[in-house]
Design a protein around this ligand. Structure first.
Ligand code: SAM
Ligand code: SF4
Length: 487
């Protein structure tokens, strides 16, 4: 009985400050905001750089269970000492390996529609871009795109869409989800689309969406207002509370992130970490993924340069801080980034990468680049086969695995198991089984041999594991042509 009035009082005192910073149309929401920009600014102002010794002893104490706290992350971000960052990079790599072992998840985005009612200054899909070639795939067309990606070896896709009332609503995305599950062998489909009301998110969940991803773009209200001048996306609080609605709608896993380059990256990184913590406090689970999209120039968008550019060096620091602060999250680096940087971040904590991507709807089947339909320019255009070879060459295992979603190792169960180092025990055999499955049908005999050599090496690593015998049996079946075997 006392709970509700207490919440109202707390909301008044804790969030009154930010709410008064927001324009009138943003003050209408009654939900508690999960991140307080005022609190983040204060944290930044108070953060003293670490002295070298202090940093070394803190970094040495970190593990999947002992994460970097928010004030510690603020202090690390304020530290310039290259030796501290070198040590932090090594620690980020160690923590990633304790959680996930050597596996690097591969996925591809499938763009469904570039029609949009919003006007985000940075995006080629924005409503006022009159030169954009607009396309919304029918569910049948989306199935053809998914089949193309399936032939490339992908079993998990991220469906991406603009926000257009009537054309890309929840009913449409749910139809596409069902059509792809029915018409292809895709094993899990995630979604990156607009923030929606709870009942619409439930529709997507029921149609089989795995992770719901929404990036806040910027957690800084004034920059947010400037970047999103019109359309439903202008509502900062509606976007910031989307993950709470997704959780209430039955999603067990969500993905968050900030679009780097719009505002001070330190502020954005601390806000993302705070957002992650608030999800953990409210729902028992950290976000499943944290993405690090960085501004890229987009055809027909008025923002030609990032207002607050993030250098490659800073990008690497961001990956390190996310890994140490939210050890169980998949840190996602997309083909927006240059090849050399994508290769490097595998050594400092990134755990998921896209490959062979297109950002124009229908672009996979079509095969020719349609600049006027793309969301933004891509940098790493290497084909999937080359990315697989690169991952193997750096001593990691490319993973096409989807088993955690299908064995209910999701949400709070995943977070607990990952922090306890138990997920890694599944990652190795599952990554090896999917790699063996990929090798069996690989067109290029040299690549097949390289994959099989990595499988054999991994098999030796499995010796002594309680899953070793079952793994050997399953591996023989996969090598004989059976598909989709997993723990
Ligand atoms: N339309 C939905 C939305 O905005 O949330 C979802 C899909 S949007 C196509 C996916 C993400 O692409 C956005 O959240 C934004 O972070 C990112 N993005 C948009 N324009 C970009 C650009 N020029 N460079 C890099 N990333 C961009
Ligand atoms: Fe539309 Fe999303 Fe692009 Fe904004 S970022 S214009 S909402 S597709």
């Amino acid at each position: 009985m006392l709970f509700e009035p207490c919440l109202i009082v707390a909301r008044f005192f804790i969030f009154g400050g930010i709410m008064s910073m927001l324009p009138q149309n943003m003050q209408s929401r009654s939900d508690l905001l999960p991140v307080s920009p005022g609190e983040i600014s204060r944290l930044q102002d108070d953060a003293a750089p670490f002295r070298r010794r202090e940093a070394f002893s803190l970094l040495a104490s970190l593990s999947p269970k002992r994460r970097l706290s928010l004030p510690e992350a603020a202090r690390l971000l304020a530290t310039g000492d290259p030796m501290v960052w070198e040590t932090a990079a090594g620690m980020a790599r160690a923590v990633r390996e304790e959680v996930f072992g050597r596996r690097i998840v591969l996925f591809a985005p499938l763009y469904l529609s570039n029609e949009c009612g919003n006007n985000c200054l940075y995006c080629g899909f924005r409503k006022d871009n009159r030169e954009a070639g607009r396309i919304t795939l029918s569910p049948e067309h989306a199935v053809r795109e998914a089949r193309f990606l399936e032939r490339k070896g992908f079993h998990r896709l991220l469906l991406v869409s603009g926000e257009h009332p009537g054309k890309t609503d929840a009913g449409y995305i749910a139809d596409v989800l069902r059509a792809i599950y029915r018409g292809t062998g895709m094993r899990i489909l995630h979604v990156n689309a607009a923030p929606m009301p709870e009942e619409e998110l439930r529709l997507l969940r029921e149609a089989g969406a795995g992770v719901y991803q929404v990036f806040q773009e910027t957690y800084h209200p004034e920059t947010y207002r400037a970047m999103h001048p019109s359309g439903p996306k202008a509502d900062f609080a509606w976007r910031l509370t989307c993950m709470d609605r997704a959780m209430r709608a039955g999603f067990r896993d969500v993905g968050i992130g900030a679009l780097l380059g719009l505002y001070d990256y330190r502020f954005e990184v601390l806000s993302v970490i705070r957002h992650a913590e608030s999800l953990r406090e409210a729902y028992g689970t950290f976000p499943h993924t944290i993405s690090v999209p960085r501004f890229k120039r987009a055809f027909g968008s008025p923002l030609r340069e990032a207002p607050r550019p993030v250098s490659d060096d800073e990008f690497e620091k961001i990956v390190i801080v996310y890994r140490l602060s939210v050890p169980t999250a998949g840190i996602v680096v997309t083909t927006r980034e240059p090849a050399a940087l994508r290769d490097r971040v595998l050594d400092i904590g990134a755990s998921q990468i896209s490959a062979g991507s297109k950002t124009d709807p229908g672009g996979y089947e079509e095969g020719v680049r349609r600049v006027d339909s793309e969301q933004f320019e891509l940098d790493d255009t290497r084909p999937v086969e080359e990315i697989i070879r690169m991952i193997l060459g750096r001593g990691y295992l490319p993973s096409l695995c989807t088993s955690c979603y299908r064995r209910n190792r999701t949400g709070d169960a995943f977070t607990e198991m990952a922090a306890d180092g138990q997920i890694r025990g599944f990652c190795l055999p599952n990554a090896l089984l999917t790699l063996a499955e990929y090798a069996v049908s690989a067109g290029d005999p040299r690549l097949r041999d390289e994959c099989l050599a990595a499988v054999r090496e991994g098999k030796e690593e499995m010796e002594g594991s309680i899953l070793a015998e079952a793994f050997e049996r399953m591996l023989s079946r996969v090598l004989a042509g059976e598909k989709d075997l997993y723990f």
